[in-house]
Design a protein around this ligand. Structure first.
Ligand code: IPT
Length: 976
């Protein structure tokens, strides 16, 4: 009977493992066509809160959240990969912006299929075990085209982010569509994991119109069935839009249930590669000065909530490439100091922006940013954990393991022996657990300080020795129930604990002491490493003294105490199984644990051969790793350890694209006088709602007014008479936007908007000299404008309505008839509204994998020459990534960013199997390598690459070397 039950469970597990692999395979090949996995069902849970913390299903919960944007990863299979990595990195929540423009190519049209399937995203988040903070805008900012507004909104008369009726009618459309999806994933329904809902984003204008607008959004969310608490994200700790009952002077009450704010106090790396002075961490909570802008009093009845706290920073066109610098500057030390300061300030809801930045593919990037939105985040654009993920993980495990942290008040002041440091003190009023946050004073200091500080708890008074060396901070715990043992204090930090095991950590080489209290002398056995112990029968204190190094294992009665140095602590993973928590040491990543009877099935990744040691539920006797049984033996530490190391990945062979056959065709036929533009729209509008009106007497030329929203737009101006000596174009092009012009087929030149200034222009004037000797008669002026996206509207001033394409033309004395042609945002239903602009090759399908290019000539790549205008290079390549491996691949054009070679005046749109995966601009930079996610790429078959090269003409301005790059390989992954 029992055996039967066990057999059934084993079969279920093995079947589940098999299905998981199969699902992964089909999803990868088709970028989103896999059937959605069933949605988990839970009992409905309430979402409440008080001034201390969120209370979910009656349980206080410390929300440790990471931001990721599904729209920046066009591969639903990989959503699971990133979300599992976030969960493994100690996060228990994920915050998603939803980008209105990503789903809406035209008014009234909304698309939630394929890579836009937000229902599937929310299902995966729930399956992975992450709470969701839903942030649907309508305005999101986010360095996204138009700040998340659909491009068609640029033509509205009413002011955006106000109570203008046409604008509210538009936001109603969006909320109706997205709320229907969010509402059915709410924790409160038992059908999902959404716990919070954000209306608007940094609405810093606070007039009546904005108040009405916010109220409208709030009411609409309720009408759409949103029942979880609603908040707004204040642009800084300013007390704007706090819940109405806050009653604090200097705050702005609004229609919100919770008050939240954002902050990026860590400092950035500059675009020239320099780094500013380190900054100190602000006290935006109970340690602060108080009032609307600080202290806990801006919203006295709601928990401290950082809706965005810097997890990195974005990078700009023309930069030297700051992501590696940002990742280091806002690395583990930064996280400990800044996130730790937040913890000491009782910010019990923290969301790190970004935790995975991803890729602003297609025409997603706002004018300020280029394709990569890596952000220097804990998980890099190639989906790999950076070193800084380690501190995020240990802090995340800590805040979730040590429950008394969810309810603390400021404790009595603590005076350390040195003025070079300070110690913030908080106390849980119910359990009397004390927390001591030790940090430099000021917290920006990076000196090496050894000091002591006194503590006084119900257990007595002690003096604790501690060291802070470099950018570092520590949170120590005293008077705490540690898995049934009583912790008096420890100068090691608690990473996590589970029945029978506790993991503490400290910096390598620093000394530590841990005091536990027992009624009688406990049995103490040092199993490995070195530690000494002494027992004081008068107090019952057992004191362990040691130096953090490697892994010290001590057995005290029924508890295995693991004390690790930082590097060793990083090799531990905590995962939840049906039978309770599991602690694993060794692999690069542990994703999931399923327990059934004596079987514990683990999944995860290795990047090299790795140890496997497991502290699991008591009944777990057999361990599988990615479906394969791992022979293991029990240890004196009460763990199971594998006899042999887990294997790492096999090498991934990559085709050499310099040996590939490249098909080639020039385009820009629009530049030629004989090109037939009869079917093109005549630019005949005389009014526009853009903020950039045409000069008096000229027709409206701005592209959005004619429904051409993204990428390139072409104009052909017909006029008669003599050719002008020169012609000037006022144009809008976004970041590093470009204009090229021809008169009667003769190339006049190109102009690129300047970059890498404090605030780079998104609009400019290009003047082209017309060569002398052009005959009188009928003329055609052909102009192509590249629109590197619409401005964001952070200032609530309709900045997204700045015109794109031509705004005005000067220098032509006779009447001109303008024809206009651009991309159709509704044309590519699979890849969505932001995939394409209006290049000839895009309008005629040259970017698609199925296009027949056999009639084209061949050219070598790298090439030596390029005509002015645009030409296309196409090739195919086969990938043979070994099964069971996750290779994160990219495409590199040209050298690396540090190369000093002259940069050609040319740019490339990169289409991979039809997906526009980014824009390389040789003479602007800095990006050379473009991440290509599996799903867009088929790792086990043929792939088509199409490059649209837009050049100023001639040698140097031609396509450089193009190569595939393997950015990382893991054995494991989510099944591709
Ligand atoms: C904050 C925005 O809320 C967010 O959308 C994003 O743009 C982020 O900045 C920067 O990446 S705005 C804050 C920096 C004032």
């Amino acid at each position: 009977m029992r055996f039967d039950g066990w057999g059934r469970r084993l079969r279920t597990i093995l079947a589940a493992l098999a299905t998981a692999t199969l699902l992964g395979t089909s999803a990868a090949a088709t970028a989103g066509a896999a059937p959605p996995a069933p949605r988990p069902l839970h009992p409905p849970r309430t979402v409440g809160f008080d001034q201390y913390s969120m209370i979910i299903g009656g349980q206080r919960t410390f929300i440790w959240s990471g931001e990721m944007h599904a729209y920046r990863l066009p591969s639903p299979t990989l959503w699971r990969d990133v979300l599992e990595k976030m969960k493994a990195t100690g996060l228990n929540a994920v915050s998603f912006y939803f980008d209105w423009g990503y789903h809406s190519p035209a008014p009234g049209v909304y698309d939630f299929t394929g890579v836009r399937d937000m229902d599937r995203l929310l299902t995966i988040a729930d399956q992975v075990g992450l709470y969701v903070i839903a942030r649907p805008g309508p305005y999101i900012n986010a360095e996204t085209d138009g700040g998340g507004f659909p491009a068609w909104l640029t033509t509205q008369a009413g002011k955006a982010r106000s109570d203008a009726p046409d604008y509210l009618a538009a936001t109603d459309q969006w909320q109706s569509a997205i709320d229907a999806i969010i509402a059915r994933h709410q924790v409160t329904n038992g059908t999902g994991s959404v716990i919070l809902y954000q209306i608007e984003n940094e609405l810093a204008a606070t007039g009546t119109s904005q108040r009405n607008y916010l109220q409208h959004l709030y009411d609409k969310a309720h009408a759409d069935g949103i029942g979880v608490p609603i908040f707004h994200n204040d642009k800084g700790r300013n007390g704007i839009w706090v819940p109405a009952n806050s009653g604090v002077e200097g705050t702005v009450p609004g229609p919100t249930d919770l008050y939240a704010f954002d902050g990026y106090p860590g400092g950035t790396c500059h675009t020239d590669g320099s780094v500013g002075a380190p900054s100190a961490a602000p006290d935006w909570g109970i340690q602060g000065a108080g009032g609307a802008k600080g202290g806990a009093t801006a919203s006295p009845n709601t928990p401290g909530f950082a809706a965005e706290f810097g997890g990195g920073w974005f990078d700009y066109w023309g930069s030297v490439g700051t992501y590696p610098c940002t990742a280091q500057r806002q690395g583990s030390g930064y996280e400990r100091v800044f996130y730790g300061t937040n913890i000491a300030n009782r910010l019990t809801v923290q969301n790190f922006y970004m935790t995975f930045g991803g890729t602003s593919w297609g025409w997603l990037p706002a004018p300020v940013v280029y394709t990569s939105y890596d952000y220097g985040a804990a998980i890099d654009e190639a989906r790999q954990l950076r070193p800084k993920a380690a501190a995020l993980k240990s802090l995340g495990y800590f805040v979730q393991s040590v429950a008394p942290l969810t309810k603390v008040d400021k404790g009595p002041d603590v005076l350390p022996s040195s003025t070079a440091v300070k110690v913030e003190h908080t106390v849980n009023p119910d359990t009397d657990t004390h927390f001591y946050f030790a940090v430099h004073n000021p917290s920006s200091a990076t000196t090496d300080d050894s000091f002591t500080f006194p503590i006084s708890t119900a257990d007595g008074s002690y003096t604790l020795p501690l060291r802070l060396n470099g950018q570092d901070a520590k949170t120590l715990v005293a008077d705490y129930d540690l898995e049934g043992q009583h912790l008096v204090y420890s100068t090691s930090e608690i990473e996590t604990h589970l029945p029978g095991v506790a993991l503490l950590h400290g910096r390598d080489g620093e000394s530590g002491e841990t005091v536990l209290r027992y009624a009688s002398k406990p049995a103490v056995q040092v199993l490995s490493g070195s530690a000494t112990s002494s027992y004081d029968p008068a107090t019952g204190d057992l004191k362990l003294s040691y130096t953090h190094h490697g892994l010290i294992r001590v057995r005290i009665n029924a508890l295995t105490l693991l004390i690790a140095d930082e590097g060793t602590a990083n090799t531990f993973w905590r995962v939840d199984s049906e039978a309770g928590p599991v602690l694993v040491r060794g692999p690069e990543l542990v994703r999931t644990a399923h327990a059934a009877g004596p079987l514990l099935a683990l999944t995860g990744d290795t990047t090299a051969p790795a140890d496997l040691e497991v502290w699991g539920p008591r009944q777990s006797l057999l361990v599988t790793w990615n479906g394969v049984l791992v022979p293991a033996r029990p240890t004196t530490s009460r763990s199971l350890t594998a006899w042999r190391q887990l294997p790492g990945p096999a090498p991934v062979p990559l085709p050499d694209l310099s040996r590939a056959t490249w098909r080639y065709a020039p385009e820009s036929p629009e530049s030629q006088p004989g090109f037939a533009d009869v079917s093109w729209r005549t630019a005949d509008l005389t009014t526009t709602n853009s903020t950039t009106k045409p000069p008096a007497g000229q027709v409206v030329l701005t592209a959005d007014d004619y429904g051409f929203h993204h990428g390139d737009v072409w104009y052909r101006g017909h006029f008669a008479g003599s050719a002008p000596p020169s012609v000037s174009f006022d144009f809008g092009g976004g970041g590093a936007g470009l204009i090229q012009a021809w008169l009667d087929g003769k190339y006049l030149g190109q102009y690129v908007l300047p970059t890498n200034l404090a605030s780079p222009p998104t609009r400019g004037t290009a003047t082209f000299v017309v060569p002398p000797g052009m005959p009188d008669g009928d003329h055609v002026l052909s102009v192509m404008v590249r629109n590197d996206s619409h401005n964001e509207d952070g200032g609530v001033n309709d900045a997204h309505k700045e015109g794109r394409g031509l705004i005005g033309v000067t220098g032509l004395s006779t009447a001109v008839t303008w024809k206009i042609q651009g991309g159709d945002s509704s044309a590519d239903r699979v890849r969505g509204p932001l995939n394409n602009g209006g290049l000839y090759g895009e309008r005629t399908g040259w970017y698609l994998p199925g296009f027949d290019d056999r009639g084209w000539t061949t050219r070598p790549v790298p090439d030596t020459d390029a005509p002015a205008g645009t030409s296309w290079y196409r090739t195919t390549f086969d990938l043979r990534v070994p099964r069971g491996e996750d290779a994160s691949l990219g495409l590199t054009i040209g050298g690396d960013s540090s190369s000093t070679q002259p940069r050609g005046h040319y740019r490339v749109l990169i289409f991979v199997n039809g997906w526009n995966m980014g824009q390389y601009i040789a003479d602007v930079g800095p990006q050379h390598t473009f991440v290509l996610p599996t799903g867009v790429l088929d790792p086990h078959g043929p792939n088509t690459l199409a490059l649209a090269v837009t050049s100023d003409g001639g040698p140097v301005n031609a396509l450089e070397r193009v190569q595939l790059a393997n950015l990382a390989t893991a054995r494991g992954g989510v099944g591709t």
